[in-house]
Design a protein around this ligand. Structure first.
Ligand code: TRP
Length: 341
């Protein structure tokens, strides 16, 4: 049996080249080697207020971007978290074995809470819901960026605690895939990872941005005080631009040296912009085709949710039995003894 991979993305809009090069392109590469599940985590999105119409549109946009990136809906289940009731159900059960102190220690909680006037309980529970996303499918591998590694550690702690209280139930998820993708930094601030929520219009290149906008944003990117590319002394901004070019073009280090040593930054930026545009044009054409077919995205999401639900019933039934909750197992599709790999 193939090992199961699960990852999640918030439908917050503005998916950018960092998401593509760091995550989506990897998922595409590995999707046939594993049983892959890719979840659009709308229940996580509403831990802070979202305008309903915008959220709805962004869920479909995210699904469209998954498909345009090359995630194959026949191989991978693409689905929306709230279409699978098991996520919220398991989250409650896990909440009951999670010490409050573990959640209050989460750095993402502390950062997000500091930005809110009133702190919703959902913000505190966020990592428990994420643990439920993972444990519901007994996922062995969870490809996420560094910023999520504390949440993954917590998932393991919760799984361990549940297993020691109620008996072997959950597979321990491992933190990542052996090969991770390129780490794209902010164009305006190469000290931070490119982010969907960073303020400022010169931070990221969105996957759906027009060629003009791409040229403009890249032309404003932070470089360093050298006049031209010097591989020995370059700063993080120049390194980031070269990294983007290399990740899209698939060039070797030698090719990069030969092409860019001594190049002035204006020319470097033009070449990086054209490389990005060349790759995003066919991507955007696929996106337009996929999203212009009435009902297609919805049918992909329905099929993904059906597959995810079928797996989730087995885990929910097992967890209920372990905890002594009442179950008639109407939905149980597997022998609980076999549910743990
Ligand atoms: N918290 C993740 C993020 O912000 C998104 C996420 C939710 C996720 N559930 C998940 C990632 C499960 C991996 C697995 O990036």
């Amino acid at each position: 049996m193939k090992a199961r991979v699960l990852s999640g993305v918030q439908p917050s809009g503005n998916l950018h080249i960092g998401n593509y090069l760091g995550a989506l392109s990897n998922w595409v590469r590995i999707q046939h080697d594993y049983e892959s599940l890719f979840c659009i985590v709308d229940l996580h999105a509403v831990t802070v207020y979202q305008k309903p119409d915008e959220l709805r549109a962004q869920i479909l946009e995210t699904a469209g971007i998954f498909l345009a990136s090359g995630i194959d809906p026949k191989a991978s289940a693409i689905f929306v978290q709230s279409s699978v009731p098991g996520h919220a159900e398991l989250a409650w059960m896990l909440t009951c074995v999670t010490p409050l102190g573990w959640l209050e220690r989460m750095t993402q909680f502390k950062t997000k809470a500091a930005a809110q006037q009133t702190i919703g309980d959902g913000l505190l529970q966020y990592p428990v819901l994420m643990s439920a996303d993972i444990l519901l499918y007994q996922a062995a591998i969870v490809p996420v960026g560094d910023d999520q590694s504390q949440h993954l550690e917590l998932t393991r702690d919760i799984a361990q605690r549940f297993n020691s209280l109620y008996g072997e139930t959950f597979v321990m998820p491992s933190t990542n895939l052996p090969s991770v993708g390129a780490r794209v930094m902010g164009l305006d601030d190469p000290a931070v990872k490119m982010s969907k929520s960073a303020p400022g219009s010169s931070h990221a290149v969105g996957l759906l941005d027009s060629p003009d906008r791409i040229r403009k944003v890249i032309s404003r990117a932070t470089t360093d005080s050298n006049p031209a590319v010097d591989f020995e002394t370059m700063g993080p901004g120049v390194k980031n631009l070269l990294g983007i070019f290399q990740a899209f073009g698939g060039h070797t280090a030698d090719q990069m040296h030969a092409q860019f040593s001594g190049m002035r930054y204006g020319d470097l930026k033009k070449q990086v912009a054209e490389m990005v545009i060349t790759h995003l044009e066919p991507f955007q054409a696929r996106y337009r085709r996929i999203t212009s077919e009435p009902g297609y995205l919805e049918s992909v999401l329905k099929d993904g949710a059906d597959r995810a639900n079928a797996i989730s019933y087995g885990t929910i039934d097992l967890v209920k039995r372990r905890m002594g909750l009442y179950t008639e197992s109407p939905n149980c599709i597997q022998d609980p003894a076999k549910a743990v790999a």
